[in-house]
Write a protein that binds this ligand. Structure first.
Ligand code: ACO
Length: 333
């Protein structure tokens, strides 16, 4: 059974409710039909009910009737949501009028439904940019206690099984925080460790990457990674983590032993934490394209409840897989 099939089987046990904000979009509807047919999760579709039923019949989808449909122009629980939004963001200028207007945007409505406990998680982004999906979630769902930064991990399935955990590695942050501070980088390491256990299903050995290994270069960018490694150990003393390490020292045993003798991580890392979003985003795309790796994600981490962003080029199967991942994250929450 491949990795995503395993995650789908796991998700079925939890029976979580996942909201799809783009409920009238073709791939979302087709994915919802599969998810409902296979019992992977319960589904809330946001959109005009007549349009959804019309499209379901046009695409010959037989299971959409099992979805809960919420029309952003006629929301049954509107006042409860408005009260919640004003209580959370009144100090940021969210009045009842502002809240009512925001709720007409399916991405805001989905995030507020999650915050209100009416859904366990959200998957959106087939038709929207990452920032548009993230903003409502960052504003209303916010971060987990003890975490102030959201980040995005990719589960990388490599052809060469000598790397990581029999060819499986986790990369972060590849999706959200452009230039993390040392404190934020430490949080990214800790949350990526949690994602690795919960979703990838193995014990993390985390390398904090840099262009320097154990003091080989002196620069404030290196200092940031050293400090982040120290802070991550402070946050979670049981975490298996080491840094700063260069990429080759992190993943090639012979080079790790030479450049970082005594390190239990060097040469054996299965999780790579990048020093900035630029590096993480470029690195995962290069590995995906040049090494023909499968990149699953981004799995967003650090949010108080799971919200995941689709690529605009996603397939129906990608949506099904990300809903299953979101349901598994919700079970951890
Ligand atoms: N973690 C936690 N909270 C955050 C984060 C973060 N990384 N970033 C912003 N916030 C909070 C802010 O504190 C603020 O809260 P407040 O309103 O209660 O004070 C709220 O979110 C909104 O913050 P803004 O700075 O106004 O939000 P903005 O929309 O400008 O930026 C965003 C946030 C969207 C995450 C931005 O940093 C971004 O665009 N990041 C890059 C995303 C991206 O394009 N990734 C690459 C593509 S993905 C891919 O290739 C897989």
């Amino acid at each position: 059974m491949n990795f995503i099939e395993q995650v789908k089987e796991k998700a079925k046990q939890f029976n979580k409710t996942i909201v799809l904000a783009e409920g009238t979009e073709e791939r979302n509807l087709k994915a919802a039909d599969i998810i409902l047919r296979e019992g992977i999760a319960k589904i809330v579709l946001i959109g005009n009910p007549e349009e959804i039923h019309h499209l379901a019949s046009e695409y010959s989808l037989e299971h959409i009737g099992k979805a809960q449909i919420v029309d952003p122009m006629n929301i049954p629980d509107e006042q409860r949501y408005i009260d919640l939004m004003v209580s959370l963001r009144g100090h940021k200028g969210v009045t009842p009028e502002v809240a009512a207007k925001q709720l007409q945007d399916p991405l805001y409505l989905a995030a507020v439904m999650v915050k209100a406990g009416d859904a366990d998680g959200e998957v959106s982004g087939a038709d929207h940019a990452t920032a548009d999906v993230l903003r409502p979630a960052l504003q209303y769902v916010k971060t987990k206690p003890g975490i102030s930064v959201v980040s995005g991990a990719f589960i990388m399935l490599l052809r060469d099984t000598m790397f990581g955990e029999h060819g499986m590695m986790v990369f972060a942050d590849c999706a959200v925080t452009p230039n993390p501070t040392a404190q934020e980088l430490a949080q990214i390491a800790v949350t990526t460790g949690r994602t690795t256990r919960a979703i990838a299903g193995f014990d993390p050995r985390i390398a904090m990457l840099s262009f320097s290994t154990k003091g080989s270069a002196k620069n404030e960018l290196v200092d940031k990674v050293v400090e982040a490694t120290r802070l991550a150990k402070e946050m979670d003393p049981a975490l298996q983590i080491d840094g700063e390490l260069q990429a080759d020292a992190a993943i090639i045993p012979g080079i790790g032993a030479k450049k970082a003798p005594g390190s239990k991580i060097a040469g054996h890392a299965n999780v790579l934490v990048f020093p900035s979003l630029e590096v993480g985003n470029i690195a995962y795309k290069l590995v995906q394209r040049m090494a023909h790796a499968e990149a699953i994600g981004p799995v967003l981490q650090g949010m108080a409840a799971p919200i995941n962003d689709l690529s605009r080029g996603c397939s129906v199967e990608d949506i099904v897989g990300l809903v299953a991942i979101t349901a598994c994250q919700a079970s951890e929450a």
